[in-house]
Design a binder for this molecule. Sequence first.
Ligand code: ATP
Length: 485
Amino acid sequence: MATEQNKLPAIISHCKEYGFIFPSSDIYDGLSAVYDYGQWGVELKKNIKDTWWKSMVYMHENIVGLDSAIFMHPTIWKASGHVDNFSDPMIDNLDSKKRYRVDHLIEGHAEQLAANSEEASNAILASMDQLLSKDDFAGLKQLIIDHKIKCPISGTCHWTDVRQFNLMFSTQLGSVADDSDTIYLRPETAQGIFVNFLNVQKSGRMKIPFGIAQIGKAFRNEIVARGFIFRMREFEQMEMQFFVRPGTQKEWYESWKATRMQWHLDLGIPKEKYRFHDHVKLAHYADAACDIEYDFPMGFKEVEGIHSRTDFDLTQHQLYSKKKQVYFDNDIDESTGKAYGNYVPYVIETSIGLDRTILMVLSEAYTEEDLSTPEKQDSRVVLKFPNKLAPIKLAILPLMKKDGLSEIAKELMNECRESFFCFYEEKDSIGKRYRRMDALGTPFCVTIDHQTKEDGTVTIRYRDSMEQERIKMSDVRNKVLEALK
Ligand code: ATP
């Protein structure tokens, strides 16, 4: 049985064995912090994307979608501040030649301290936050030295100075390499939204407040990538930028915090598994920011960021592109009796990592159950996904191939497959097939047997309770549809 400590390795091997997630380039021994989604992972991913898209775009009349290109004009990243500021303070150990993110190294040490003294652990974290907020790199190195923080590989304190490393990947556009042709793989999808703000506003006749939502790949050359799909070099984000009237950003920030937390709770994950974490050091563009943290197997960590980005991005793009990024607001300001007029909107961003959400959903769903009886040792691994996220909704299992049972099963398959994803299997014993469906997180299994031929009924088996009941085959489709509502 996996304990909380080895739950993550158990999830990683389950994902590989059952076709959810594979290391990228597996036959070449993988590529660090890059992963491929297999046949069931891709369904889970799609269902999470659909849930997010529906809640953001279909459920809000004033939010529309966008799919902007990954490659963008390089000046965008100058304007956004990423060329100058998108970096992490790093330190190298001279003996092991390993590079660490300074905050991760200190946090790791604080975790060890916490075993003996919560107070000592909090004190070092508070000092770190203070030094980070002042970009005091000499102070950070001194903190590491003073606390005798060792490299986990070499075990020595032989450290370089703390330096900044930019996290953007760059490449060349066109066939002749020239510095001026350097472009970046986007490190966030947000900038694609900002540079399309006026295109969408004008073509969609959008009135403030309104939002633009986008799901897409982002790339970061994370120096230390760990935690499976928690920190990847190529990942997906689901981001929404909400454009508001200046001065109303505080209210909207609070409102989006509540809306997004509700989305998480609607996944069926209990409240105590989440917490908000307010940022101490605000990014260069923000006037308020927090993370929604989930209690992953490795502890509470960020899954989503909610940021009040002010008018920073649009103002910067106005400056660099020399194109006005203003909105004309003809609503009447009650305090002056005049229209609000032209302004650069403020922005509230909600940004959630798709892959981190998948890890969260997997962590929540992964369950090992001891089913032993006095006669027999037994156990099962079951992924208790919410019905709407389960890759396969219904497994259709003829008891045997012969006697026309597989034909009846295929009829049911044809009746249901347009409405939701079904899976057909006739190999192995029924018990083995049920266990396999538990491991894939399939909420419903239906068995077709000889009685089906006589009275048109089938056995439906429920994943979580493992209970079975006999229902009419003609009711199966509606029963599953009802459960998906
Ligand atoms: P972290 O502090 O963990 O590096 P961040 O604060 O840099 O994250 P944001 O820039 O706010 O992250 O990005 C928004 C979301 O994108 C994060 O909440 C996270 O879910 C996701 N994300 C960011 N970096 C990665 C990554 N390397 N791999 C997977 N998801 C990521």
